[in-house]
Design a protein around this ligand. Structure first.
Ligand SMILES: *Cc1c(COP(=O)(O)O)cnc(C)c1O
Length: 238
């Protein structure tokens, strides 16, 4: 359970949200970007539905989960106008139940998932707005396409009828310093610039988390996925 009395939670959340938004605005200003180009995606995995609900009640609609079961649960429990994002590793046997809930899938991280998502979406004649997750580091633990794999499979990926690829997602290494983060984000943006065409402009770059979102914004991020900075003081097990 959160450490604070439930009655304090909305005020704490409002303060955290304002602080994060101020930092987003400042990062945009440093590089001459319009803050409206950057979507704050609130990763709710550290908090209960009640806290996620407060955020929605504050007018924030972009929420994300990294585990399918948590997404199913919160999507059922949180009321209001929510756009759910999925940002984690998705097993193919969970695609069917997860897709209908998701407005943007950030983590299409391998060919068999891309194929399964497309197959499932095609059944209802729809296409899932998706980002390809690209591995930007050599960490064994990270999921994602290798950059060269995205390029070699690009035509195959574009031909999947149920997958609407609108951009790329990537993460810096866990222990990366600012320079390494910046280099990782820059490489994702370059890959996007290489792949994009007038037919497939790939407007979305999902990069940046609590520890590195300002650098990500300076490097062109359009979607920052933020958990701990937003829910500081409200997280379970903290
Ligand atoms: C947990 C998570 C985040 C948010 O992490 P914080 O560092 O707490 O902001 C972002 N993206 C993914 C894929 C995550 O799993």
């Amino acid at each position: 359970m959160p450490r604070v009395p439930p009655s304090d939670a909305p005020a704490i959340l409002e303060r955290n949200l304002e602080a994060v938004q101020t930092r987003i605005d400042a990062a945009c200003r440093r590089v001459g970007r319009d803050p409206d180009e950057v979507t704050l995606v609130a990763v709710t995995k550290y908090v209960d539905s009640s806290i996620a609900q407060f955020l929605v009640d504050l007018g924030h609609s972009d929420l994300a989960e990294s585990r399918p079961q948590e997404l199913w649960k919160k999507a059922a429990e949180v009321a209001g106008d929510v756009r759910w994002h999925f940002v984690g590793h998705l097993q193919t046997n969970k695609v069917k139940r997860t897709l209908p809930l998701v407005s943007l899938a950030h983590s299409i991280d391998r060919m068999d998932l891309a194929t399964e998502v497309s197959k499932e979406a095609s059944k209802s004649g729809s296409a899932v707005r998706s980002l390809l997750e690209v591995k930007l580091t050599n960490e064994e633990s990270k999921h994602g396409f290798e950059p060269h794999e995205v390029r070699s499979r690009w035509m195959d990926l574009l031909q999947l009828p149920g997958l609407q690829i609108v951009g790329l997602m990537g993460m810096a290494a866990l222990e990366a310093d600012d320079g390494a983060c910046r280099a990782a984000f820059r490489s994702l943006r370059s890959l996007r610039d290489i792949l994009k065409t007038p037919d497939h402009p790939l407007p979305i770059l999902s990069m940046g988390m609590s520890d590195d979102f300002e650098i990500a914004i300076e490097e062109g991020s359009t979607h920052v996925r933020i958990g701990s900075a937003l829910f500081e003081g409200l997280m379970n097990d903290s």
